[in-house]
Design a binder for this molecule. Structure first.
Ligand code: SAM
Length: 280
């Protein structure tokens, strides 16, 4: 007998986001979090960690392209790149479209997320196939502490501050990120939604400001995240980040579905309430 469709709901912060699904493909408890994958009715595959929506196939490209390319082009030509978190492989997939980088390191705390992506989310996990990729299984806040003057770009694609991602949101982490960068280095961090978690966004921007000269906040439209948007904090000592430092290669541009020069610049435009909230 055919299984009936059902609804999977992320609840939290007085809010619910619900998606109709056909089938549960995987559920397991790792050392760090509960991992679930579903086949949805109209959004393709869905990944949840501890009940929080991480991605759907329908709109993940918006998040991955922006998380990879806003900080990539804020730098212009990064050679050594680290992704902290990002165990689904999506940000790596976008970075691996660039020919110039020589090092693509990824440090995720949870090997089970990577294994799950390889088995159930092949459209994301293809990012791991690039021969430049080195995977490290560790807490990103500890991994980065050991690095000094090495990376041109660090992208933090983390879960929310509630679970194992908590240490990736504090001022000490931003100080360690800064120490890990080469001159002109850039960081781009998952920076939540000002509608849903205003205090988290404020604290994160302040943590970045207490360490970097240029700190900015970009909005990304992702309909399946609660409130339909998420932010990316881009920070550096090098230069203002709201304009790309280099042009998008036309071959790459033809593959992108969200990011372009105009979207880069527009993403940093802030509604008045966000300016007031974050002091821009
Ligand atoms: N796009 C997602 C979002 O914000 O909804 C994030 C996706 S990615 C799957 C998040 C990853 O961060 C997970 O694989 C998780 O294991 C990893 N993570 C959480 N805390 C971490 C930490 N302290 N160090 C390294 N990775 C961490």
């Amino acid at each position: 007998m055919m299984q009936k469709n059902f609804w999977v709901t992320e609840v939290g912060n007085g809010y619910g986001q619900t998606i109709e699904v056909k089938e549960k493909l995987c559920e397991k408890q790792s050392k760090f979090q509960k991992i679930e994958v579903y086949e949805t009715c109209r959004l393709g595959r869905l990944l949840l960690l501890d009940g929080i929506i991480q991605l759907t196939y329908a709109d993940e490209f918006a998040y991955q392209e922006m998380m990879a390319n806003l900080p990539y082009y804020a730098h212009g030509n990064p050679e050594r790149i680290l992704v902290i978190g990002g165990g689904d492989g999506g940000v790596l997939r976008e970075l691996s479209r660039h020919k110039e980088p020589k090092v693509l390191d990824l440090c995720d705390i949870d090997e089970e997320v990577i294994k799950t992506a390889k088995k159930f989310l092949p459209e994301m996990a293809c990012g791991f196939d690039d021969p430049r990729v080195n995977i490290h299984i560790a807490d990103g806040s500890e991994f980065i502490r050991e690095k000094e003057g090495y990376y041109d770009l660090v992208i933090v694609d983390s879960t929310d501050p509630g679970g194992p991602g908590a240490p990736l949101f504090g001022a000490q982490f931003y100080a360690d990120l800064k120490k890990a960068l080469r001159p002109g280095g850039v960081v781009g961090t998952q920076a939540e939604s000002p509608w849903l978690l205003p205090e988290v966004v404020k604290n994160l921007i302040n943590a970045a400001r207490s360490n970097f000269k240029y700190v900015d906040y970009a909005a990304i439209s992702v309909p399946t995240y609660p409130t339909g948007m998420i932010g990316c904090c881009v920070a550096t000592d090098g230069r203002a980040v709201d304009k790309p430092a280099s042009a998008v290669d036309p071959q790459l541009a033809s593959k992108l579905r969200y990011y372009n020069k105009e979207v880069h610049e527009a993403a940093f435009a802030k509604p008045q309430f966000v300016r007031e909230m974050l002091g821009f």
